[in-house]
Design a protein around this ligand. Structure first.
Ligand code: SAM
Length: 287
């Protein structure tokens, strides 16, 4: 089996296929031998489960997932890496590599075709950092039958995604993540663990997908419009952002805040999930 945490092995297999690293596609490959086994262990994947991997690169994480899962489908956007993966994953019969963009793939169909005999479906990845949040939001919003999403992300992005709603670090994206999942920061990974080494550190996070949200808004789309508007002006009060974002008068916004038991000068990052929900229901009645 290829030792893909060995720099010379990576270089050899890439140069055999005439491939160089693509910065534009966020290609930073894991070279710390402890990281991939730990990601797979923490993901909780079992021999009965199917896994979608996004961006296998040269296959370092893919190999570790393949050892533990029943089936693995890996989507890689970079066409040049497909023959490389053909070599590095030759020992595994439970892996399918597809040359595709995860954002343009019909995942519902892919899951039905590939994982119908699997107990649970997991997403595991060292994500390309240039589209971390869009990928995570797409996975959560599409309500795919996924048990958990265990992914490596840039450290700052991980902190924001997993921030407690109602805490200083929270933003609209933390609310969305919390709405669909229970988020946990698992472990820190320094920049030296990658080749080429990026300018930022990383961390692995796990999003356990909720069967249903804790609160069910009358209109989910409106709830997220409220959240986006409330957090839109970070240094100002929620009322400011809500008024401009929803195109509603300040009087109406103040009334909705008061009906929700909130101060009219409250900041969005102080609001809990329940308070955001209550506020959005009040605003919905007044729209
Ligand atoms: N999994 C490998 C590892 O950990 O060493 C590589 C991770 S690297 C950070 C991200 C990978 O995602 C690259 O191989 C890149 O080509 C691929 N990628 C980038 N954008 C993608 C997309 N939209 N869909 C699928 N793969 C993508």
């Amino acid at each position: 089996m290829y030792n893909l945490t060995d720099i010379n092995t990576i270089k050899r297999v890439m140069s055999r296929h005439g491939v160089t690293f693509s910065k534009a596609l966020g290609q930073n490959f894991i070279i710390d031998p402890e990281v991939c086994p730990l990601i797979v262990e923490k993901s909780g994947v079992t021999q009965e489960d199917g896994v979608l991997e996004i961006g296998p690169g040269v296959g370092v994480l893919t190999q570790e997932i393949a050892k533990k899962a029943k089936k693995l489908v890996a989507l890689e956007l970079d066409t040049r890496l497909i023959p490389v993966l053909g070599d590095t994953l030759e020992d595994f019969s439970n892996v399918e590599v597809i040359n595709a963009d995860v954002m343009k793939t019909d995942l519902e169909r892919l899951f039905a075709e590939s994982f119908s005999d699997c107990e649970n479906i997991h997403v595991i990845a060292n994500l390309p950092y240039y589209i971390t949040s869009p990928i995570i939001m797409m996975l959560l919003e599409s309500r795919l039958p996924v048990k958990a999403i265990t992914v490596m992300v840039q450290k700052e992005a991980g902190e924001r995604l997993c921030a407690d709603v109602g805490s200083r670090d929270a933003g609209a994206v933390s609310v969305a993540v919390n709405y669909y999942s229970v988020a946990e920061e698992l472990f820190f990974v320094p920049r030296e663990s990658f080749m080429p080494s990026p300018n930022v550190d990383s961390e692995v996070i796990k999003l356990k997908v909720r069967e249903k949200p804790e609160f069910t808004p009358t209109d989910e789309e409106y709830f997220f419009r409220v959240v986006k508007a409330a957090f839109s002006q970070r240094r100002k009060t929620a009322a400011n952002g809500l008024s401009s974002g929803l195109g509603m008068s300040k009087d109406k916004i103040f009334a909705a805040l008061e009906n929700s038991g909130l101060a009219t000068n409250v900041r969005a990052e102080k609001l809990t999930m329940e308070q955001l929900y209550t506020l959005s229901e009040e605003l919905y009645k007044m729209r």
